[in-house]
Design a protein around this ligand. Structure first.
Ligand SMILES: *Cc1c(COP(=O)(O)O)cnc(C)c1O
Length: 353
């Protein structure tokens, strides 16, 4: 509220001002990267990352199939062609083996988008090695994983570009917003130019390039500055929620929790698990629903989506199985032990009857 009031008091109610400058600077410092551009959404940040990486009409872009549609849509905004890559059971994220296969089939690929789903880091060392060998830019969609570390580094800072989202459902929020980060300061400056309608430095309104209206408002950035202060606290609570569920439900027949690898220090954005026995995700979702408790399925793979059906998919059935058997439990940081207990009791009852 203090940062927002400051914006009003100083009359910087625009996509320009001190809150934006400070939010960019402080987030860049927190994750350990040189520069950042505050944008209107994570989706806009992915779009600008693709453009900054030189993705143009007809270019091929590799993209994980198991993700939210917002990862793949900007590839279409650029008139490029997504090729969907399967998940690895070990990480739930992009399978390096399927990625290698995709490189053999499409050696002309222009960029690779990697997602860190539910706050779990993808296997970045292996993925980066493969992409470096082919000289291809890597964009990390870290929309769900702000606060996640991969081998001591923040997700979003390992590839050429990183994307964070501050949508209402993310670990910290500005109500809506996103951030593009990179160590390439020239590219980030270019993104700020594109996202303010590509206005040439001239006395009149002159445009030599296509522009976008993608900058974050100074009011919204004020919320972001405040939210940055609670990130670590949120991660701690999210981890507590995951461990609560795992302790209470982990022993039940067929339940397997999302994989936490030793090189992975997740932000535990959502607690997700798979059900491989006779009780199915729909049974759990319905039982919770009867108690007025919301839960969610795991993302439906992009190669199974009507809109993306015509694009190629490389892999086997890993992401399809995660979709068929996966469920996300309520993971809000405001949940008390009592609330978590209600979820746990409702789920357990399905095993008793
Ligand atoms: C939320 C999300 C996005 C999009 O972010 P917005 O700020 O909502 O546009 C992109 N990718 C993933 C994986 C997300 O979960």
């Amino acid at each position: 509220m203090q940062f927002i009031q400051e914006a009003f008091k100083t009359n910087w109610i625009s996509p320009l001002g001190e809150n934006i400058n400070q939010f960019e600077k402080q987030l860049a410092m927190k994750v350990g990267i040189k520069s950042a551009a505050a944008l209107s959404s994570g989706t806009a940040a992915i779009h600008m990352a693709l453009k900054a990486a030189g993705v143009e009409k007809g270019d091929i872009v590799f993209c994980p199939t198991l993700t939210f549609a917002a990862t793949a849509n900007p590839i279409i905004y650029q008139d490029a062609v997504p090729v969907f890559i399967d998940s690895d059971e070990k990480t739930w994220n992009m399978d390096p083996v399927a990625l290698e296969e995709a490189f053999r089939k499409y050696p002309q690929v222009k960029a690779v988008v990697v997602v860190h789903l539910y706050g779990l880091a993808a296997e970045m060392d292996t993925i980066m090695n493969i992409c470096k060998k082919h000289g291809v830019s890597v964009i990390e969609d870290a929309a769900e994983s702000l606060g996640t570390f991969y081998k001591g580094k923040h997700t979003g800072t390992i590839g050429d570009y990183g994307v964070y989202s501050f949508n209402g459902n993310k670990i910290i929020t500005t109500s809506g917003g996103g951030m593009l980060v990179s160590n390439n300061e020239e590219r980030i400056a270019k993104v700020k130019f594109w996202s303010t309608q590509s206005r040439d430095p001239a006395k009149h309104y002159q445009h030599s390039e296509l522009g976008f209206n993608y900058r974050m408002s100074n009011i919204v950035a004020g919320i972001g500055r405040g939210q940055l202060k609670v990130l670590e606290e949120r991660v701690k609570k999210k981890k507590y929620i995951f461990e609560f569920y795992k302790r209470e439900l982990g022993y039940l027949e067929g339940i397997e929790f999302m994989p936490i690898n030793e090189w992975n220090e997740p932000n535990y954005w959502l607690t997700a698990m798979t059900l491989n026995g006779k009780i199915k995700p729909l049974d759990v979702m319905e039982a919770l629903e009867q108690k007025n408790i919301e839960s969610r399925p795991v993302w439906k793979p992009m190669h199974m989506q009507p809109y993306f059906r015509s694009y190629d998919f490389i892999g086997t059935d890993v992401s399809e199985n995660l979709f068929a058997n996966g469920i996300c439990l309520p993971s809000d940081t405001k949940m008390r032990d009592e609330d978590l207990g209600r979820v746990v009791d409702t789920v357990k009852k399905l095993w008793w009857t």
